[in-house]
Write a protein of this length. Structure first.
Length: 159
């Protein structure tokens, strides 16, 4: 195994473990429980779920893997805070989106050759990438893994 392959394995092992942990937590909640706030005055579980779907959906664009599957989630779950938009998808719908989103990402991730992960993502210019080669596709996975871990920690406080 090359050094690049080792780092990729470490990164994706953590990504996949966190997805599994989030799925376990999500499957432990009823749709009604997802309406609860993490703490008084804080985000609800349904908002965190929608937020994660929207953030992961944006990864498709950032990694140059296609268009978002659910662009309609941008406003309610990225641009605005919880409860600012009253008409949001149901918990059941967001569960379906979460499952589909992760299936699509896994398929796309598996099609990338190891060297492809060290190429620039779409939010960095070619000029900036020359100066900052760490702004690559793998870095998107690392930052989104940290993001998922953060929200998983909040999510489990619902019970």
């Amino acid at each position: 195994m090359t050094t690049d392959q080792i780092f990729l394995k470490m990164t994706f092992d953590r990504w996949n473990a966190l997805l599994k942990n989030f799925d376990t937590a999500l499957n432990g909640f009823t749709d009604e429980q997802l309406q609860q706030e993490i703490a008084p005055g804080k985000n609800r579980g349904i908002y965190l779920l929608g937020h994660l779907v929207a953030v992961h959906d944006d990864m498709l664009r950032l990694l140059d893997m296609g268009d978002k599957l659910y662009p309609e989630l941008q406003d309610a779950f990225l641009a605005k805070p919880d409860k600012a938009v009253s008409d949001i998808p149901t918990a059941a719908t967001l569960r379906e989106y979460w499952k589909k989103q992760n299936e699509v990402l896994a398929e796309k991730f598996n099609s990338v050759e190891p060297g492809g992960w060290l190429q620039k993502h779409t939010a960095v210019t070619a000029e900036d990438f020359i100066k900052e080669p760490h702004r690559n596709k793998l870095n998107i996975i690392i930052t989104r893994t940290s993001h998922l871990a953060y929200h998983l920690g909040q999510f489990i406080l619902i019970k």
